[in-house]
Design a protein around this ligand. Structure first.
Ligand code: ZN
Length: 289
């Protein structure tokens, strides 16, 4: 089943709502990074959250979420744009297994305490960054807190990943619901009542519910219109030229020494694990700083 995302607006214009099914792309990230279940859950939530947030920024812009916790996963990065493309990685994809009191994957403990940095980069302008403390490490709650603190937008965020016994991804998805300025008291009350009924968004995806059906549940009692529907995918934008530029910022002597010993220098992309090889002839073509 193809992953996709929808963005909707209630006809009273008081609520914006987005939902995504991301099972296939989280599975692709898992395979690419060989993540353990808790790392799959954490990275999958971050990727799904970045996709949803990336759908609310302007065309050409990008959003980057950096979870800097002191837990065993280390840093988690997820980058998305408005075209439904996302990529990311986790510093330590194979931390020791951690379960919480309910026997579930303990994402919060694996991420730990620290901060969430949100970087919005504009195509030709400088980027804008804000950071908030990690309030829970469960990712969704941290994004909710970010929206309240940094954007003064009351939001409800749900993100979930279910992992099969064979470690593959069973279901992944998420939603963001936001109150728009001027939302009435009764709108808030209805929405809060709806949200109380939600157990887990990954269960909805596992049951085969589409993003449209998830919004039907979240927005029960409201009429809404789907403003946008788009396919989403795991896509890395690395290429040989970009990697070469990165390489040319290093010390040329050191690179030459590596080539002398190994016959080549290898650069691995953090986001997709593709390896780029450079020979001495390649290096001599580069302009070093
Ligand atoms: Zn790459």
């Amino acid at each position: 089943m193809q992953d996709y995302l929808i963005r909707a607006l209630t006809t009273n214009k008081e609520i914006r709502a987005l939902a995504v099914r991301s099972t296939a792309l989280v599975e692709e990230a898992r395979k690419s990074h060989n993540t353990s279940p808790v790392a799959t859950a954490a990275l999958g939530r971050a990727l799904s959250g970045a996709l949803l947030m990336g759908s609310m920024i302007k065309g050409g812009d990008e959003i980057k979420l950096i979870f800097e916790g002191d837990g065993p996963l280390g840093r988690i990065i997820a980058e998305a744009n408005q075209h439904g493309e996302v990529r990311g990685y986790v510093n330590n994809p194979q931390p020791p297994l951690q379960l919480n009191m309910e026997g579930k994957l303990d994402v919060a403990a694996a991420i730990g305490h620290g901060q969430l940095r949100v970087v919005k980069s504009k195509l030709l302008k400088s980027s804008y960054e804000s950071s908030v403390p990690l309030v829970s490490g469960e990712i969704a709650e941290d994004l909710t807190y970010y929206y309240a603190q940094s954007e003064q937008t009351p939001s409800a965020v749900g993100l979930g990943v279910l992992v099969n016994k064979d470690l593959s991804v069973k279901a992944a998805g998420g939603f963001i619901i936001q109150l728009l300025p001027g939302a009435k008291e009764e709108t808030i009350n209805t929405l809060e009542a709806n949200l109380k009924e939600i157990s887990s968004v990954s269960r909805f995806v596992e049951e085969g519910k589409t993003p449209e059906e998830i919004l039907d549940i979240l927005l029960a009692g409201f009429d809404f219109r789907i403003m946008e529907r788009k396919e989403v995918e795991y896509k890395c934008k690395c290429d040989r030229e970009r990697i070469a530029v990165l390489l040319s910022s290093f010390d040329k002597k050191e690179i030459e020494e590596i080539i002398e010993k190994e016959g080549k220098v290898e650069v691995r992309c953090h986001f997709c694990n593709q390896i780029y090889e450079f020979s001495l002839a390649d290096i001599n073509k580069l302009e070093f700083d």
